[in-house]
Design a protein around this ligand. Structure first.
Ligand code: ZN
Ligand code: ZN
Length: 281
């Protein structure tokens, strides 16, 4: 079995109204792309901040600018299209109860938990760049993985998205002086305690860092801690479905991981890890 659960039906850019992307034709393009590479399970996980209801969680200027869609209309569309229903939900410290209410009020198959922001600034967003000013790398990495640990411990999420997103810019931003494993430690401890599935995402291969999320060292620590894995591309276009999955499958096999997580109704089961088919892209 191969899954692609962390999918977006449209780019993150402005002027991507749901009427244009949440259509049967667009879903068909994703389905065809999935079939071509042997991905059997497809689920959509739109960013929570694209929905008006997200403003109940956080009143950030970027969210205010983005939050125009209706969450229930989205759920209805994805269900009607026969895809697994997910959402990529940012962990907002202090908004745990409101986040739980928002999530529990809908029949998601799974919830992908993300950390993009540290305070008001983001690790992966040029407009809100955490690295502006005195971005001390050790301090940014420490705060990032502490936030991931908190996100995981909240128990709100089924899958931890792009676990080491902080590396997204690669050499384009300062690098920590300490061994990264020092920073991973609290996050991995939280993963072990919570049982959350760790996402192996090929999205990092499309970013300046040009690596899978997470790094081999992070993944090894997760394996040692008994963690389970979920597999995704974080596609924003049909042609990104199952992107570079042969790399992800090889990565998991090298770690001795033979099963991946499959979700329905926020319950998970394990299925044998499949093989990617089709030509390289
Ligand atoms: Zn994300
Ligand atoms: Zn995403």
């Amino acid at each position: 079995m191969l899954t692609d659960y962390h999918l977006h039906l449209r780019p993150d850019e402005a002027d991507t109204p749901p009427e244009r992307y949440f259509t049967a034709e667009n879903v068909e393009r994703y389905r065809e792309a999935a079939a071509a590479v042997g991905v059997e399970e497809l689920g959509v996980s739109e960013h929570v901040y694209r929905f008006r209801q997200a403003l109940e969680l956080w009143d950030h200027p970027f969210w205010r600018e983005q939050a125009s869609d209706d969450l229930d209309a989205y759920c209805e569309f994805v269900r009607g299209a026969g895809l697994k229903l997910g959402i990529e939900c940012d962990f907002v410290p202090g908004a745990e109860d409101r986040t739980a209410n928002l999530l529990e009020g809908r029949d998601f198959d799974y919830v992908v938990g993300s950390v993009h922001f540290l305070g008001e600034a983001a690790v992966d967003h040029e407009g809100w760049d955490v690295w502006e000013g005195d971005g001390d790398a050790d301090e940014v990495w420490r705060r990032y993985f502490e936030a991931v640990a908190e996100c995981v411990r909240s128990g709100l999420f089924d899958v931890l998205a792009h676990p080491d997103l902080v590396k997204v810019w690669g050499s384009g931003r300062p690098q920590p002086r300490r061994d990264p494993r020092f920073f991973y430690e609290p996050a991995v401890e939280a993963i072990a305690a919570s049982g959350i599935a760790v996402e192996v995402s090929t999205a990092g291969l499309r970013k300046p860092v040009a690596e899978l999320y997470p790094s081999p060292a992070f993944a090894e620590m997760c394996v040692e801690a008994g963690a389970r894995f979920a597999l995704s591309s974080d596609a924003h276009l049909p042609e990104q479905v199952g992107f570079e999955y042969e790399r992800a499958v090889e990565f998991l096999e090298a770690l001795g991981v033979r099963e991946i997580c499959v979700f329905a109704g926020r319950e998970r089961r394990l299925e044998p890890l499949g093989e990617r088919v089709g030509e390289n892209r």
